[in-house]
Design a protein around this ligand. Structure first.
Ligand SMILES: *[C@@H]1O[C@H](CO)[C@@H](O)[C@H](O)[C@H]1NC(C)=O
Ligand SMILES: *[C@@H]1O[C@H](CO)[C@@H](O)[C@H](O)[C@H]1NC(C)=O
Ligand SMILES: *[C@@H]1O[C@H](CO)[C@@H](O)[C@H](O)[C@H]1NC(C)=O
Length: 142
């Protein structure tokens, strides 16, 4: 029986303290359907409330291209089918991509513009065929 021992070791790493809040965190992967939309919440430390936030596309953070950005305010910014809105109460900014096409699938990054290195957190956006399309294809082949 080594369960009790395990528990004791586990408690050394801080059973009674909350885990530190990451500087910027999001979901590793989001899935949307063709023609549908996805919303990606990017949560940040309170200290970055007033900083510009952005959404960047590309396999590598160092070479990604900015899709849309805020001015550090809560006002929604919209560009084509992509929008971004910060919420200083929740310390979260949300990126929404609407009317998804297969071309929208790929790697994106939540970013925070700050002095020194910008903060980032990676997200994979997957675009799946709509359920109705799959049903139609199945029906059609019968
Ligand atoms: C999404 O597509 C619909 C239908 O084609 C269109 O009316 C709407 O303006 C589009 N929305 C955006 C944000 O592109
Ligand atoms: C921020 O989130 C809170 C809680 O959901 C909501 O009440 C508030 O309206 C939001 N603020 C903005 C600017 O969207
Ligand atoms: C960050 O903000 C500074 C000052 O506004 C600006 O010059 C710079 O281009 C921004 N960087 C990014 C990656 O948006």
């Amino acid at each position: 029986e080594w369960g009790g021992q395990n528990f004791a070791l586990f408690c050394f790493s801080g059973c009674f303290s909350a885990p530190p809040v990451p500087a910027l965190t999001t979901q590793g992967e989001v899935r949307g359907t063709l023609g549908g939309s996805v919303s990606v919440p990017c949560q940040y430390q309170k200290v970055y409330q007033g900083n510009p936030k952005y959404w960047c596309r590309g396999a590598e953070w160092s070479t990604c291209s900015k899709v849309i950005e805020t001015a550090g305010l809560e006002a929604e910014v919209k560009r084509g089918s992509v929008s971004i809105q910060d919420n200083h109460t929740l310390n979260t900014f949300t990126v929404t991509m609407e009317n998804l096409t297969l071309g929208d699938a790929g790697t994106y990054w939540c970013g925070i513009n700050k002095s020194g290195r910008d903060r980032n957190s990676r997200v994979n956006v997957m675009v799946l065929p709509a359920l109705s399309t799959a049903v139609m294809v199945t029906t059609g082949s019968l």
